[in-house]
Design a protein around this ligand. Structure first.
Ligand code: ATP
Length: 619
């Protein structure tokens, strides 16, 4: 949450509320207005429209005086009709300007939110893996959607309300003082009485607003987690439907209670206000009548009526301006939340003088690399190895030993904490990020396919790939036979996250996708999940020729994959404990030998033939 120290309306909010109020600084305001800058011409037009419509809305009140004095009391039919027509035309004119104003307002607001959404999306795409693993998805979506939509509301409603109300008030006051300064003072003197009920109403609404924002985040979080494919699967498999439903119902209930409270928050205030609205005119009639009858007979009935009418026009703006405090704080809070995301540093980016070599061989070298997600827990310790062009390294080790973490350092999904990772002899942090990632292809454990057709998913890697290239890649990845059998062929839809396909099919499509990308370095994070032996063999047959010809790293769980590699790194607790070829490692009688033996003992009596499994206990 924003730091304490908001300055708006001191005394309006409780200490706790003040703690959570956004700090409205000059910088914040400057920043907000910087979004208006590109549209200053339209904004200037809006201001002019507001000025005209405010003046024109007040004019009929002044004309009422003329209608009474020069028309009715003077019994002058011509003047009466003239002033009625003027009053009518002015009202129509004010309404027409009002339409132009709201069109321009909406136009500006839409364009500003368009700009903000694009900036936010671009910024979020640059955020590191750490950001997405740490932040709640619901919160990210809320900032992208409701917070930015809130900004639109600020511009269309809050900002134009402030401006038009201030203009209306100033113009009304000037006219009132010009008409009769004593009656003007009487009318205006009553206005401060509004402040008292507004304080209470504002205070309540601010608290409710904050609670309902938090509630909204919570609902978004629940929806995101439980209505996603994997979330739903988990809910179903654990039979948690009822529990999740109850959880949702309870937050939803809290939300409706807050909404009811929010809409009722101003009810008492409005009741008190309507009483005051009646007192004001009565006072002007009374004081005006006394002046007119006892002291100054030049004061006319029309004059008194004009003052009453103008006072009536002031209540609305005063009420809105006093209430705007809450909208204002809410708006500032929204901007602060949005800017909070904008200001999150892009942790991983190309350096200003990034190196972009002409081509890449895919060579990798780790020099004393250390890494941790959390400083308390070291994940990789002093990792050093090198992978030459055209060679293949297999990484083996127990679950959680840091294998995936290690490979994630190469395309800079995370940056090393100590040591360096070289790609083609250059520290990855010095390389152009796009170049680096273009030259690395990862088939990850959890294959991700976008909801669309197989073709669309393949084209993601190479948008201009020809039909022949697509087919060749599929053939090489051993998936073409499957595609051919489908009624729609390459246009078969894969479903949400590719869940209409089996694990093995998805893996092979993702291999085809990598083949189309044709990177200098290929990383294959073998799925730990058991695939049937036919599926496994198909994947195996697809990878083997692949790694023969290119620089590659395999995180291997199966013996056959390991045997295909030139060198094996054995990782345990984030350290390389052994390194070498299969034959040398087996003879060593160390960790690898144990793994190998375990594998064989398993293969003899397990259906998961060829599965290279290892657990801490066994190691
Ligand atoms: P597996 O074979 O099961 O895939 P692995 O050897 O690839 O395991 P990693 O995924 O690299 O292991 O994880 C290494 C350790 O880092 C684990 O203990 C894990 O809990 C931790 N870890 C992984 N990702 C994160 C993260 N984003 N934030 C914090 N800790 C993490």
């Amino acid at each position: 949450m924003p730091p304490p120290g908001g300055r708006l309306g001191p005394g309006y909010l409780t200490d706790e509320e003040k703690m959570n109020k956004p700090k409205v600084t000059k910088e914040l305001m400057k920043r907000i207005f910087s979004y208006l800058k590109p549209y200053w011409k339209q904004f200037a037009l809006v201001l002019t429209a507001i000025l005209f419509s405010a003046i024109m809305t007040l004019l009929p009140s002044v004309i009422t005086g003329k209608i009474i004095d020069d028309g009715l009391i003077a019994r002058n039919m011509k003047a009466l009709i003239k002033f009625i027509l003027i009053s009518f035309s002015v009202t129509v004119g004010a309404n027409l300007i009002g339409i132009l104003e709201s069109y321009l307002n909406t136009w500006i607001a839409q364009h500003i939110t368009y700009d903000m959404r694009n900036t936010m999306y671009k910024h979020l795409q640059k955020m590191s893996q750490r950001f997405f693993t740490t932040n709640n998805q619901g919160d990210i979506i809320t900032r992208m959607t409701s917070d930015i939509s809130g900004v639109q509301q600020i511009i269309t409603t809050t900002l134009s309300n402030i401006i038009s109300n201030v203009i209306t008030l100033v113009v009304a006051m000037i006219v009132m003082f010009r008409e009769n300064w004593i009656l003007a003072i009487v009318g205006i003197a009553i206005i401060p009485l509004f402040v008292i009920p507004t304080r209470t109403a504002g205070k309540n609404r601010w608290k409710i607003t904050k609670d309902s924002q938090a509630c909204n985040d919570e609902i978004n979080g629940i929806l995101n987690e439980t209505l996603s494919v994997s979330g739903q699967l988990l809910v179903k498999l654990f039979g948690m439907e009822e529990k999740e439903y109850d959880k949702y119902v309870s937050v939803n209930k809290r939300m409706i209670n807050l909404n009811i409270k929010e809409s009722m928050a101003g009810r008492w205030f409005r009741m008190v206000l309507s009483s005051f609205t009646n007192i004001g005119p009565m006072l002007i009639y009374l004081v005006g009548g006394i002046i007119m009858m006892k002291y100054d007979d030049s004061v006319t009935v029309g004059e008194i009526t004009v003052l009453v009418a103008l006072l009536g026009k002031m209540y609305g703006p005063v009420n809105q301006l006093l209430n705007i405090q809450v909208d204002w704080i809410r708006s500032m809070a929204m901007f602060t939340r949005i800017f909070e995301y904008y200001d999150m540093p892009v942790e991983i980016d190309s350096p200003p003088d990034a190196i972009t070599p002409d081509s890449a061989s895919g060579e990798v070298q780790f020099n004393n690399v250390c890494f941790h997600y959390d400083p308390e827990r070291q994940i990789l310790k002093n990792i050093s190895f090198s992978l030459e062009k055209g060679k293949c390294i297999a990484i083996v080790g127990p679950s959680g030993s840091g294998k995936s973490t290690l490979i994630n350092l190469i395309p800079r999904l995370y940056d090393v904490k100590d040591g360096e990772v070289l790609f083609d002899g250059v520290d990855v942090r010095k390389l152009d990020l796009a170049f680096l990632r273009e030259n690395i292809g990862i088939v990850s454990q959890e294959t991700y396919l976008f909801n669309g057709s197989i073709r669309e998913n393949l084209l993601y890697a190479k948008p201009d790939a020809t039909e022949t290239e697509l087919i060749n890649a599929c053939k090489q990845a051993n998936i073409f036979e499957f595609i051919e059998k489908q009624e729609s062929g390459l246009d078969t839809l894969v479903g949400n996250r590719g869940l209409k396909l089996s694990g093995g099919e998805k893996q092979r499509i993702s291999i085809a996708r990598i083949l189309l990308k044709d990177p200098a370095l290929m990383i294959f994070d073998e799925a730990t999940s058991a695939l049937d032996s036919i599926s496994e063999q198909k994947i195996q047959d697809a990878i083997e020729p692949l790694i023969q010809s290119r620089t590659s790293i395999l995180i291997a769980h199966r013996l056959s994959t390991i045997l295909a590699a030139d060198e094996i790194l054995v990782i345990k607790d984030g350290e390389i404990v052994e390194k070498g070829s299969h034959d040398t490692l087996v003879k060593l009688g160390g960790v690898y030998t144990q793994l190998y033996e375990t594998q064989f003992s398993k293969a003899n009596n397990s259906a998961e033939e060829n599965k290279f499994e290892y657990t801490e206990g066994e190691g």
